[in-house]
Design a protein. Sequence first.
Length: 129
Amino acid sequence: MTKIAGSLELSLVCVPTEDQDRAIKFYEMLGFEKRTDEPFGGGLRWVEVYLPGSTTGIALTPPPPGQGISPTLTGITLATDDIDAIHAELRSREVDVDAEVSKMGGPVPPLFWFRDPSGHTLMMVERRR
């Protein structure tokens, strides 16, 4: 199979949400910064959040017309140097997180799953040293 001509980069991952303001506050609590918040298409908003210094972001989009939100596994994985501290901090802020950090060993880093205000699941992993 031949490759597509030109250079590509991963720009955004779209995460649908019905309450964009609540989602913005959640992602800002995680350390993301809102870079775009613009009206479009008859009363809708296009919102993008990014981790500082990152060129790949999350678009917090309204659901398609006539559709609701179905919580999903986003595939988004965030990395930290101290998984236990982040887990404890998120629990103290009453974020929906797994009860414990999973430490399987081997090639699998310590990790836990957590959910955003729409119920979408993200993963937190500890950086390899």
